[in-house]
Write a protein that binds this ligand. Structure first.
Ligand SMILES: N[C@@H](CCC(=O)N[C@@H](CS)C(=O)NCC(=O)O)C(=O)O
Length: 221
């Protein structure tokens, strides 16, 4: 491991998956360091003293935190199989949509999974509106990155897999073919790509966690 690439992550985390997928797409070997999030290691706290969260990428002894920042670092360090377009305008657009997803879709869909009744209805409507807007960036394309998986696809994979599974457990289908046809098609294409399939955490293990969380919240109510 000449490049000394380490990823401090957790098997079920969509944020550490972003980093691992980017490294896999670039063919960069890395050492995966599994963190116990209920008992974080002194090294993780040293490497990410501000947020104390995973993922952290450590390259040649230097730590970088925040998944989207790490993705850009990876893209700038290993320039082959680019995650961002070469054209400055297209790069700006990719960053725009990744930010839109982070700020306007991620939390809204997550809150749809976690809330109930009229609260849930409100979050779901907001999530739908924002996902319809996000979908426009897929017009005429297979992936947000075009023919190849790019930064926005990696950012949004949490929607196609983790959030979809969580929504399934609470009995909601958001990414329906009729309502969000382009996002629906995109999710299928993405999850059928071998590099993605090989990198995703097991569906059954995630479903068990989401079901246990739902039962705990039902019992607490
Ligand atoms: N904005 C951060 C979010 C990272 C994050 O939320 N990590 C979670 C796991 S998915 C974590 O470390 N949770 C433990 C904690 O909050 O104490 C990123 O994109 O890297």
């Amino acid at each position: 491991m000449s490049e000394e690439v380490k990823v401090f992550g957790a098997w079920g985390s969509p944020m550490s998956h972003r980093v691992e997928l980017a490294l896999r797409l670039k063919g960069i070997e890395y050492e995966n360091i599994e963190e116990d999030l209920s008992n974080k290691s002194p090294l993780l706290l040293k490497y990410n003293p501000v947020h104390k969260k995973i993922p952290v990428l450590v390259h040649k002894g230097k730590p970088i935190a925040e998944s989207m920042v790490i993705l850009e670092y990876i893209d700038e360090t290993w320039k082959h199989n680019p995650l961002l377009p070469q054209d400055p305008y297209e790069r700006a657009m990719a960053r725009f949509w990744a930010k839109f997803f982070e700020e306007k879709c991620l939390m809204q869909v997550w809150m749809t999974c976690c809330s109930k009744g009229s609260e849930q209805e409100k979050h779901m409507q907001e999530a739908m509106e924002n996902l319809k807007t996000l979908e426009t960036a897929l017009q005429g394309k297979k992936f947000f990155g075009g023919e190849a998986i790019g930064l926005v696809d990696i950012a949004c994979i949490v929607l196609a897999y983790w959030l979809e599974l969580n929504l399934q457990v609470v009995g909601i289908v958001l990414i329906e073919e009729e309502k969000l046809p382009m996002l629906h098609q995109w999710a299928q294409e993405l999850l059928n790509t071998s590099v993605v399939k090989e990198s995703l955490p097991p569906r059954d293990k995630l479903l068990a966690i989401f079901k246990a969380r739902k039962e705990a919240s039902t019992n607490a109510a």
